[in-house]
Design a protein around this ligand. Structure first.
Ligand SMILES: Nc1ncnc2c1ncn2[C@@H]1O[C@H](COP(=O)(O)OP(=O)(O)OP(=O)(O)O)[C@@H](O)[C@H]1O
Ligand SMILES: [Mg+2]
Length: 265
């Protein structure tokens, strides 16, 4: 499904004196169909940079990303690119940045229909929009006429997940998808991602700081530290036998033994 090979990103910063930031260093991993893989790491470890490169928003310094066998940075035909964006969907930490502030919510959602491979009639469109909003816990009547700035952070994040639900993508890159959503609704959103996975074999790359949360939702966990993936394995394996010092520290500082699924609900 997704195959990331020796990915690197170097940012060049500084006005007078050039500085090189190695945000992502030799990152390789695979995600299979229907698999939920978490990428866990501290702030600044390179998680968002990795996500943006996979989503074709940021060009890698070197390395390759293959989706369904095709190099995502070599897609050239319009149809290939459209196909990619129908099948691969991003949910971001800061959803405000990815909306056109001049578009109302209904227009933002209706844009998704441009990516569909099948023409829907007006009634089907309306139903799907409403169904998707309800699925993420938003009230269509309340929200449809609003602009993004008239929504709360959590509502904006849900809106992005609603768009994702409409498209039924093959791969979701979810970068801290619940960071602005209160704990009481977080479980619902995660269950929604899970139901997409069960019903449509959607694969998910789930980016989070929270090892405890990753433990409960993932098939596999990758630990990122200073731009590198230093460790990966099944959740139980990572928790019971952390290899790297950083992972050991993470495991120690996550009060997992005292946490149950209910703590996230
Ligand atoms: N546009 C940019 N220009 C220069 N440096 C950048 C840029 N974006 C990110 N960085 C740097 O690259 C590194 C990785 O950043 P990134 O956003 O990928 O981290 P992250 O793991 O997503 O962190 P967080 O958990 O805080 O979201 C950081 O040191 C950051 O300062
Ligand atoms: Mg980030």
């Amino acid at each position: 499904m997704l195959d990331v090979v020796k990915l690197n990103k170097v940012y060049v910063v500084g006005l007078f004196k050039r500085k090189y930031i190695h945000a992502v260093v030799d990152v390789s991993f695979k995600i299979r169909e229907g698999e939920l893989v978490s990428l866990v790491g501290e702030s600044g470890s390179g998680k968002t940079t990795t996500a943006r490169m996979i989503l074709r928003l940021l060009r890698p310094t070197s390395g390759k990303i293959f989706f369904e066998g095709k190099d995502v940075w070599q897609l050239s035909k319009k149809e290939e690119i459209k196909d990619f964006y129908r099948k691969v969907h991003g949910i971001f930490q800061d959803p405000y940045a990815s909306y056109n502030p001049l578009y109302r919510v209904d227009r933002i959602l209706y844009q998704a229909f441009n990516l569909f491979d099948r023409e829907l009639d007006d009634k089907e469109k309306e139903e799907l929009v409403k169904e998707s909003l309800k699925a993420v816990g938003l009230n269509p009547d309340e929200i449809l006429g609003k602009y993004p700035h008239e929504l709360s952070g959590g509502q904006r994040q849900r809106l992005m997940i609603a768009r994702c639900y409409m498209l039924k993508p093959k791969l979701i890159i979810a970068d801290e998808p619940t960071s602005m959503i209160d704990a009481s609704s977080r479980a619902g959103i995660i269950q929604l991602l899970n139901s997409l996975r069960d019903n449509y074999k959607t694969s998910v790359l789930f980016i989070t700081h929270d090892l405890g949360l990753a433990y409960y939702v993932s098939d596999r966990i990758m630990i990122m530290y200073r731009g590198r993936i230093i460790e990966e394995g099944e959740p139980d394996e990572i928790l019971s036998h952390p290899q790297h010092e950083y992972t050991k520290m993470l495991v120690r500082s996550a009060p997992l033994l005292y946490r149950k699924w209910e703590d996230f609900v």
